[in-house]
Design a protein around this ligand. Sequence first.
Ligand code: MG
Length: 251
Amino acid sequence: MIILKTSRELECMKAAGRIAQNALQLAGSLVKPGVSTWEIDRAAREYIESEGAVPTFLGYGGFPASCCISVNEVVIHGIPHKQTILKEGDIVSIDTGATFEGFVGDNAWTFPCGKVSDDAQKLMDTTRECLFEGIKAAQPGNRLGDIGSAVQRYAEARGYSVVRDFVGHGVGAKMHEDPSVPNYGTPGRGVRLLPGMTIAIEPMICQGDYHVKVLDDGWTTVTADGKLAAHYENTIAITEKGPVILTRGDR
Ligand code: MG
């Protein structure tokens, strides 16, 4: 069931989204050679809690940390570790969620660690552009397939592939609500987008093939071919005037 939000609820979601985005920016600012992903996670958690919010991911389905930090061939759901030390040239996808006064903000960004290869930079740029192509298609009256096909066409035209096994989702009082928001699809198909819908659009784009596998820890999701992947995400609202990004920070 898709839950439409009132304008008052959208204001609450903006407040949660602000904290999630600030946590993401803070985490990204710490991406440097020699830093552990555990340190980044701790800083994000401390910030979220200092705002009176709760890190949405901590304990979610048993997830042991506040951020997902996914390096290079890790697509999503990387678990922060003291032993995972970032090095020059890594690409680091960080996903943060904050729950504040009953609503969730969910967002992700891929950050370069020092100087990255031209190929890695192009993957990151394209994936970020895919996110905004998807957002642009999230107009009231359009359908879910318009979002997915916008992302897919943009990525595939540039030689990349789109992960199928994981998709975006509705967001609200819970992190995962209906509907599922695939990053692939057919224009004009799927659920119609209505004002008051709030969704996370989150393209996961691969350098190689789109198949992924989940490691034995039950979380870490890597590309099956070991090539790089990038991940960008915003929580947005569909409004009469078009899409509005709810995960906006102070910067
Ligand atoms: Mg999400």
